[in-house]
Design a protein around this ligand. Structure first.
Ligand code: ANZ
Ligand code: ZN
Length: 814
C-alpha cells in the first residue's frame, strides 16, 4: 500500500519553498497581481475563520504565480489594541512581550498551513518602524486640515479617575471593570480625522466598485447616509431665529411642536433660567444613550413660530434630537414621522395630517388614520393652505423658496474619533504647551516611542512621568505629551501600502512603487469589516493620493473584495468556545495535514458561503489526496500496465484539456469548489482508464501532471510530492499552469453529443436494442471517437464502455 505521510512531507516542502524563495517578489516587479488577506489580530492562535481566509488567498496567489504573474502576497500583524493590555494584565507580563509571543506562534501556524508569503515584507503595526509612519501621516493630515479637536462623550470612572474603553464598562449597570463603580459619561476633547470632508467622494465612487459585493457597498452607503433636505428658520421665543434641518419640508404645515437637542446652544440658554430644563439636560448627559426612550423630553415653556402657518408651537428639549446631526433642531410632524408620533402621543401634542396617498398609491387615503400611526410615505398635500394638491416632491421644491430656506445635504457619517486613552497603541505626536497650545512633535523626533509599560488603574501613559514631560518644541516651556494613543483602525488603514516598501525609512511607502503596485487586486476578509476598516482604508487612500504620496490615479485601495463565509461547527452553529463546537486548526494539521484541511475547506463551499465542519468531508478530502498519490505511485512503480489505445486515449486527452480549461475558469472566478470538482472527475476518469484498459503512457502521465498542477494551489505539499514522483524538474509551485485550452471543437462536440444522444434514443426506440454504444458503432462507425462521450452523457458508464470487450470488435468490424 503506497501512501504519503503528511507529517514528513509538509515540513519538508515548506522548507524547500522557503529556501527557493518561491514567494518572494522583487522590488522591481511591475504591476504584480496583489493578493491580500486582511491581516490577523495577534490573539495568539489561528482559528478556522483565519484558516479559511488565508487558504483562499494562498490558493489564488499560487494559481496566479503558476500562470506566470508576479504575485505580491504579503502578511503582517494587526498588533496594537486593548486585548494585549488585558492579557498582559492577566499574565503579569507586558503587552509587547505578549504580542511578540503571539506573533511567533501564529507565524508558525501559518507556515504549517503551507501559506506562501513574502515574509521579507512582513509588517507589524506595534513596531516603532511602522507606527512612526502613523505619526508622520497624522501630521500630514493635520497640515492638510484633516485633524480636529472636538468634544466627545467618554466613559469615566470617578473612582479610578480614568477614561474607560467601552469594553471596560461592564453590564447594564455600567460598572468599571476594576472597581465596580458606576461609570459616568463625560464630554472631553478628542482628536478626530475629518473623514466627513470626503463623504461625497466616498459615496460616489462606491458605484464604480463593481468588484465588491453589493451588500458591502450598500452598508457603506447607509453608513455614509446622505440625506438631501433643507434648512428653514423658526423664530423661537425671544431667542431669535433657529435653523432646523428637514428632509420633509413638504410637511411643514403639519408641525405641531418644535424640538431642540440637549446640546443645542438655545437649549443651553433656556436652561440658564429654567431649572426643569437644566435638570433634564444634566440627566441625559449622564445617561447611556441606548437607555433613553424616544419619548424622553421636557417642555421648555417657550414657543416657536411656524413660518408656514404663523402658529405658535411648543418648544421641547428632547434627547432623540441629536446635537451633532443637522442643526440640532427640528420641527416635528407627528402625523408623518414615527418618532414624532410616539413623542406626541406621550406628551399629548396634537397630530395633524398634511399628506395623503396619491390616487395611484397602493393604500386608500380612507384607510389612513394618522392618529393611530404615522403615514411616512410621500403623497399629495392636504391641509396646507394654497398648496393643497401639490405632490410632496413639488412642495419640497416650492417651500424652499416660499419659506426662505436653503437646500442642504446632511450625512450620517461622523468624523472619526481616533483618541484612545490606552497604552498599547500609537502615541499621538502632539505636545500640549501652556503657552502655544498643541504643538506637533517635529518630524525628526519621530517616532514618539511608547515608554515601558506599567500596571496602573488608568492610562499607563499618564503615569509615565518621565516620558510625559518634555519641552515645548516651539518655545521651550515645560509641556506635556498627548497621552492618548490612536485607534488601531489607523494602523490598518494603510498597511497594504506599507507592504510595497516595508523597510523604507524616509517615507511610509515608496510613491512610485505603491502607485504601480496598488490597488490590491483581490482582498479577502470577514464581513465584520464591511464598514469601518474598509471605509477608513478608502479614506486614507484618497487622502494620501491628495497629499501626493501616490502619484495619481489610485483612488481606491481594493479592486475586488471577497467576504468569506463562516465556518460553522459540525452542529451548524458558529464555532465558539462557549458552545464547545470549535475545531482547532492545529489538531487537524496534526491528524490529517494542512493539505487535507485546505482541500476540505475549499471543496466545502464557494468562498462567500458558510459551511459546517464535517468529519466525513475531512475524511473524503484526505482519501482523495491519498488516492491521487497512489495512482501516481502505482504508475511510477510500473504497476500500471501501459499500452496503446488511440481511440480512448484521444478521448482522455480531450478530457484533460477540457478539465484544465474548466478549472482555470473556475479559479479565475473564485469558484474553487467547482474547479476541484472538475479535478476529481478527471481523477476518476484516469482511475477508470487505468482499471479498464492499458492506458497510453503519454496520455496517462499527462493526465497525472495536469491533475497535480490543478491541485497544487489548494494542496501544495502533496502536489510537490507527486510532481517529484513523476520526475519533473523544479517545483510544481513554480511550474506553468496547464495551457488548458479546450479543444477548439469541444463545444461543438458537446452539442453533437447531445444530438447524438437523441438519435440514439430514437434508434433504441425503433430497433429495440438496449445498448446505445453498440448501436452508435453499428449505425455510425465514423463517430467512433464520440462513443465514450455518448455513453458518458447518456448513462455515465464510461468504465462499462471501456471494459466492454465487444467494443473493440465492433469498432473493428465497423
Ligand atoms: C420634519 C419631518 C417631518 C421629518 C416628517 C421627517 C419626517 P431621516 O429620517 O433619515 O430622513 N432630524 C433633523 N435633525 C435631527 C437631529 N439633530 N436629530 C434627530 N433627528 C433629526 O432624517 C431626516 C429627519 O430627521 C429630518 O426630517 C428631521 O425630521 C429629523 F414627516 O423634519 B424631519
Ligand atoms: Zn510652547
Amino acid at each position: 500500500e503506497r501512501g504519503f505521510d503528511h507529517t514528513a512531507i509538509e515540513p519538508h516542502w515548506q522548507e524547500v519553498w522557503d529556501e527557493a524563495d518561491v514567494f518572494r517578489i522583487e522590488d522591481d516587479a511591475t504591476d504584480p497581481e496583489y493578493v491580500l488577506a486582511m491581516f490577523p489580530y495577534t490573539s495568539g492562535s489561528l482559528h478556522m475563520g483565519h484558516v479559511r481566509n488565508y487558504t483562499i488567498t494562498d490558493a489564488f496567489a499560487r494559481f496566479e504565480r503558476m500562470r506566470g504573474e508576479s504575485v505580491l502576497h504579503p502578511m503582517g500583524w494587526d498588533s496594537f489594541g486593548l486585548p494585549a493590555e488585558n492579557a498582559a494584565e492577566e499574565r503579569d507580563t507586558n503587552p509587547r512581550d505578549w504580542t511578540l509571543g503571539c506573533i511567533d506562534s501564529m507565524k508558525e501556524q501559518l507556515t504549517e498551513m503551507g501559506f506562501g508569503y513574502d515574509w521579507e515584507r512582513e509588517v507589524t503595526t506595534c513596531d516603532p518602524d511602522y507606527y512612526r509612519w502613523n505619526q508622520w501621516l497624522f501630521k500630514r493630515f493635520d497640515e492638510a486640515g484633516l485633524v480636529e479637536r472636538q468634544g466627545a462623550e467618554l466613559n469615566w470612572c470617578p473612582s479610578c479617575e480614568t477614561v474607560l474603553a467601552d469594553e471596560q464598562v461592564e453590564g447594564e449597570a455600567e460598572l468599571c471593570w476594576r472597581c465596580d463603580t458606576p461609570i459616568e459619561h463625560r464630554e472631553m476633547d478628542q482628536w478626530f480625522l475629518t473623514i466627513t470632508d470626503y463623504a461625497e467622494e466616498l459615496l460616489d465612487s462606491l458605484d464604480d466598485l463593481d468588484g465588491w459585493p453589493n451588500n458591502v457597498r450598500e452598508m457603506q452607503r447607509n453608513w455614509i447616509g446622505k440625506q438631501e433636505g433643507a434648512s428653514v428658520a423658526f423664530e423661537v421665543g425671544d431667542y431669535g431665529a433657529v435653523d432646523i434641518f428637514t428632509t420633509r419640508l413638504d410637511t411643514i404645515y403639519g408641525a405641531t411642536y418644535f424640538s431642540l437637542a440637549p446640546g443645542h446652544p438655545v437649549a443651553q440658554e433656556i436652561a440658564e433660567d429654567n431649572d426643569e430644563v437644566a435638570d433634564y439636560i444634566r440627566e441625559v448627559e449622564h445617561a447611556d444613550e441606548d437607555d433613553l426612550e424616544v419619548t424622553s423630553g421636557v417642555f421648555t415653556g417657550e414657543y416657536a413660530t411656524n413660518p408656514a402657518t404663523g402658529e405658535e408651537i411648543p418648544v421641547y428639549v428632547a434627547d432623540y434630537v441629536l446635537t451633532d446631526v443637522g442643526t440640532g433642531a427640528l420641527y416635528a410632524v407627528p402625523a408623518h414621522d414615527d418618532r414624532d408620533h410616539e413623542f406626541a402621543t406621550h406628551h399629548d401634542i396634537p397630530i395633524e395630517q398634511v399628506v395623503e396617498p396619491t390616487e395611484d398609491a397602493a393604500v386608500d387615503p380612507e384607510d389612513i388614520d394618522v392618529q393611530e400611526t404615522a403615514y411616512t410615505e410621500d403623497g399629495v398635500l392636504v391641509n396646507s393652505g394654497e398648496y393643497n394638491g401639490l405632490t410632496s416632491e413639488q412642495a419640497r421644491e416650492r417651500f424652499v423658496e416660499v419659506f426662505d430656506g436653503e437646500h442642504r445635504t446632511e450625512y450620517n457619517l461622523r468624523d472619526w474619533g481616533i483618541s484612545r486613552q490606552r497604552y498599547w497603541g500609537t502615541p499621538i505626536p502632539m505636545i500640549d504647551c501652556p503657552d502655544c497650545g498643541y504643538v506637533p512633535v517635529p518630524d525628526e523626533d519621530l517616532p514618539v516611542e511608547l515608554p515601558e509599560f506599567v500596571h496602573t488603574t488608568g492610562n499607563p501613559l499618564d503615569a509615565a512621568e518621565e516620558w510625559k514631560h518634555v519641552d515645548c518644541p516651539d518655545c521651550g516651556a515645560d509641556a506635556v505629551r498627548e497621552t492618548d494613543t490612536m485607534d488601531t483602525f489607523v494602523d490598518s488603514s494603510w498597511y497594504f501600502l506599507r507592504y510595497t516598501s516595508p523597510a523604507l525609512d524616509d517615507a511610509p511607502f515608496d510613491t512610485e512603487r505603491a502607485t504601480d503596485w496598488m490597488p490590491v487586486d483581490q482582498y479577502v476578509g470577514g464581513i465584520e469589516h464591511a464598514v469601518m476598516h474598509l471605509l477608513y482604508a478608502r479614506f486614507f487612500t484618497k487622502v494620501v493620493d491628495d497629499l501626493d504620496l501616490l502619484s495619481g490615479g489610485v483612488r481606491e485601495p481594493f479592486t475586488n473584495l471577497t467576504n468569506q463565509g463562516m465556518v460553522l461547527g459540525a452542529d451548524g452553529n458558529k464555532m465558539s468556545k462557549s458552545l464547545g463546537n470549535g475545531v482547532s486548526p492545529q489538531r487537524i494539521i496534526e491528524e490529517y495535514g494542512a493539505d487535507t484541511a485546505r482541500l476540505f475547506i475549499m471543496e466545502a463551499a464557494q468562498p462567500e458561503k458558510e459551511f459546517a465542519w464535517s468529519a466525513e468531508g475531512v475524511q473524503s478530502a484526505h482519501s482523495f489526496l491519498q488516492n491521487v498519490y497512489e495512482l501516481t505511485a502505482d504508475y511510477v512503480a510500473g504497476d500500471v500496465e501501459t499500452g496503446e489505445r488511440d481511440d480512448i486515449a484521444e478521448y482522455v486527452a480531450r478530457e484533460i484539456d477540457a478539465t484544465a480549461a474548466r478549472a482555470t475558469e473556475e479559479y479565475e472566478e473564485f469558484r474553487f469548489n467547482h474547479a476541484l470538482q472538475a479535478v476529481r472527475e478527471l481523477v476518476s476518469l484516469l482511475r477508470r482508464y487505468e482499471e479498464a484498459t492499458d492506458p497510453a503512457p503519454e496520455t496517462f502521465e499527462r493526465g497525472l501532471v495536469t491533475v497535480t498542477k490543478l491541485l497544487a494551489p489548494v494542496a501544495p505539499h502533496v502536489s510537490e510530492e507527486i510532481w517529484q514522483e513523476l520526475d519533473n524538474d523544479g517545483l510544481v509551485a513554480e511550474a506553468d499552469w496547464p495551457a488548458g485550452e479546450a479543444p477548439e471543437d469541444y463545444e461543438v462536440e458537446r452539442r453533437l453529443v447531445e444530438d447524438t444522444r437523441e438519435d440514439v434514443r430514437d434508434i433504441v426506440d425503433t430497433v429495440g436494442i438496449e445498448d446505445p454504444q453498440r448501436i452508435t458503432l453499428a449505425v455510425a462507425p465514423d463517430w467512433k471517437h464520440r462513443v465514450v462521450d455518448i455513453a458518458r452523457e447518456a448513462d455515465n458508464v464510461v468504465p462499462a464502455v471501456m471494459q466492454n470487450e465487444d467494443l473493440q470488435r465492433h469498432g473493428e468490424a465497423a
